[in-house]
Write a protein that binds this ligand. Structure first.
Ligand code: NAD
Length: 341
């Protein structure tokens, strides 16, 4: 049997556990996975590109479990009432190769992406970070806010989106939080005075949303939306000003802000494993060039499998009486036998 976690099941689980707790537990689970970096069989994700978007498969495995996520990135979708990012996940036992979990992964991706941003902030952002600037207040934005708020004592959120309705939605969703919400008229205004800047826009183009003039010493930048060839968010002149942290260099060289450049980077596992400092000095500018790595999905799916045990088990893998007699399962007389399994 395969455990099936659909959207309502995940919604109930997160509501019962509390979203801040879920984000904190996911950050810890992802950190534990990065600490076991050498145990994983890793590769850049497989991307199929279309003019208007991308569909990707993200496999990774340790010796016990194999995980794979199906995810898209279609920046034009919201204009047609659909999400930019939708995903499904699968988790299998390596020993038999049998799947044990199939899960919705759109909500889980937003949770794990925010948890990863927060985890990197745990290691790289200044301890006295109190002001977060958010550029792009789409689907990921509230998750980013709450997760980063778990790690640093946020007091003020300065936010900007080209779409005023996205800003209204964000303000409404965050209105119950104990945060000063400051809607801004431009990126410059949002970034001004911010200790941490999270950029999560969705445009399939090379953009220059953050420029060197907007940087100031001690800042941490969390660049979430530049995650595909030809889709970046930062002025390339920002890169030499920053200490750049990436998830998995071979994938980020293809998809991240550093695509097509030879800037030196630090892989995040080096920081988690204590081989490199997260921040060299209080004045350093750190940049997390986030693209989303399969290891984070592996950690999230395993965490979900261990904690969400009250879900439906479904017959997705045939349970043949004789494993070499699959054919018999499709013969009319065997329906009775199948029912008595
Ligand atoms: P979304 O479409 O829901 O939101 C994007 C928002 O950005 C929209 O509200 C849009 O109006 C706004 N925007 C576009 N151009 C802007 C600009 N110039 N200035 C300010 N705002 C602007 O998308 P989402 O689900 O929130 O995802 C955001 C980005 O993050 C996407 O590019 C997605 O591919 C990426 N993403 C990355 C990861 C990762 O692990 N790194 C995971 C999930 C999503």
């Amino acid at each position: 049997m395969v455990r099936l976690i659909d959207v309502p099941t995940l919604q109930r689980f997160v509501a019962q556990r509390g979203i801040e707790r879920v984000l904190a537990e996911l950050a810890d689970a992802i950190e534990a996975a990065y600490a076991r970096w050498d145990e994983f069989d890793k590769s850049p994700r497989h991307a199929t590109h279309f003019e208007h978007g991308v569909i990707e498969l993200m496999p990774v495995a340790d010796t016990r479990r194999y995980a794979c996520k199906y995810v898209n990135g279609h920046p034009g979708n919201p204009q047609h009432g659909r999400m930019t990012v939708a995903a499904l996940g699968i988790l299998s036992e390596v020993e038999s190769g049998y799947p044990i979990l199939v899960s919705e992964m759109t909500l889980l991706t937003a949770l794990r992406t925010a948890a990863t941003s927060a985890l990197v902030a745990r290691h790289c952002a200044r301890q006295d970070t109190t002001t977060l600037a958010l550029i792009g207040t789409g689907a990921q934005s509230e998750f980013q806010t709450l997760a980063i708020g778990n790690e640093r004592p946020l007091r003020q959120i300065r936010f900007y989106d080209v779409d005023p309705t996205a800003m209204e939605k964000y303000a409404l969703n965050m209105s119950e939080q104990n945060l000063e919400l400051v809607p801004c008229d431009s990126i410059e205004q949002a970034v001004s005075g911010a200790d941490l800047v999270s950029v999560a826009t969705a445009i399939k183009d090379r953009q220059s949303l953050l420029t060197p003039a907007m940087l100031h010493p001690g800042m941490h930048i969390n660049a979430v939306g530049g995650d595909c060839p030809g889709k970046t968010e930062l002025d390339p002149a920002v890169l030499p000003e920053c200490d750049i942290i990436v998830e998995y260099e071979p994938q980020t060289r293809i998809e991240g802000e550093i695509q097509g450049s030879d800037h030196q980077v630090t892989e995040f596992h080096e920081i988690v494993r204590g081989r490199r400092p997260g921040r060299l000095s209080e004045d350093s500018i750190t940049l997390f060039d986030s693209v989303g790595f399969a290891l984070e999905d592996h950690a999230a799916l395993n965490w979900l499998y261990e904690h969400l045990t009250r879900a439906t088990d479904v017959d997705l893998i045939p349970d043949a009486h004789d494993p070499r007699d699959l054919f018999a399962m499709l013969q009319p007389p065997t329906y009775g036998r199948a029912a008595s399994f």
